[in-house]
Design a binder for this molecule. Structure first.
Ligand SMILES: [Fe+2]
Length: 207
């Protein structure tokens, strides 16, 4: 009996994720506290990874995957676009070749993820769910998971080496302002407006 209860709680915890409103609230706090750029981006990676875990999971319900795919793309839009404009632009203008190539490659990976988002929207993932949608969701989740690993292992340490502390501080403020705009826009636009249906019990993020 103890094992059954333990397994139940493990599965519940596994699918928990920070609601998007709280991600937005935290941006204000990060601005006030002048949070460092790289740790803040790593924190946002963590929020994206919460949804990746559900999308890659064998035991998550289809409805959970559908909701997490929506959450995943909202966070990807927020973090990804702000990161492109603040960090990738800086790398692409560096005097050395290696950071420039890394910056362009990372941008290509974002483009691939956003292309898959458009395909998933055309397949109607907000209204229904099927095996093809689930497979494509898994592909994009895996792509972003590998991209995050590459950033944290290669791009972020390089940025800390190449960019001065004072410039990183400015980049952090700029990044947060952009995140606020993108997250807000993303939640308001009709293309990402959630479908009207009863949310699953215990849902942790807005519908
Ligand atoms: Fe990133």
């Amino acid at each position: 009996m103890a094992n059954v209860i333990e397994d139940f709680f493990k599965s519940v915890v596994h699918h928990e994720a920070l609601p998007l409103e709280e991600v937005y609230t935290f941006l204000d706090e990060a601005l006030q506290d002048q949070m460092e750029f790289i740790p803040l981006m790593e924190r946002h990676h963590g929020h994206i990874e919460e949804s990746i875990a559900v999308l890659m999971s064998k035991d998550a319900l289809e409805m959970e995957k559908q909701d997490h795919l929506f959450r995943f793309f909202r966070l990807l839009e927020m973090h990804g676009k702000a990161e492109e404009e603040v960090l990738y632009t800086a790398l692409q203008h560096n005097s050395d070749k290696s950071p420039r190539v890394l910056g362009f490659a990372a941008l290509d990976e974002h483009d691939l993820a956003f292309r898959l988002e458009r395909e998933l929207l055309e397949m109607g993932y907000r209204d229904s769910w099927n095996d093809e949608i689930e497979a494509k969701a898994k592909v994009v989740a895996n792509l972003v998971r590998n991209h995050i690993k590459e950033e944290e292992n290669e791009i972020f340490p390089l940025a800390e080496k190449l960019i001065s502390t004072s410039h990183l501080e400015l980049m952090s403020m700029n990044y947060i302002e952009k995140c606020k705009i993108y997250l807000n826009d993303s939640l308001q636009t009709s293309i990402s407006r959630p479908v009207v249906r009863t949310p699953p019990a215990g849902s942790m993020y807005p519908h």
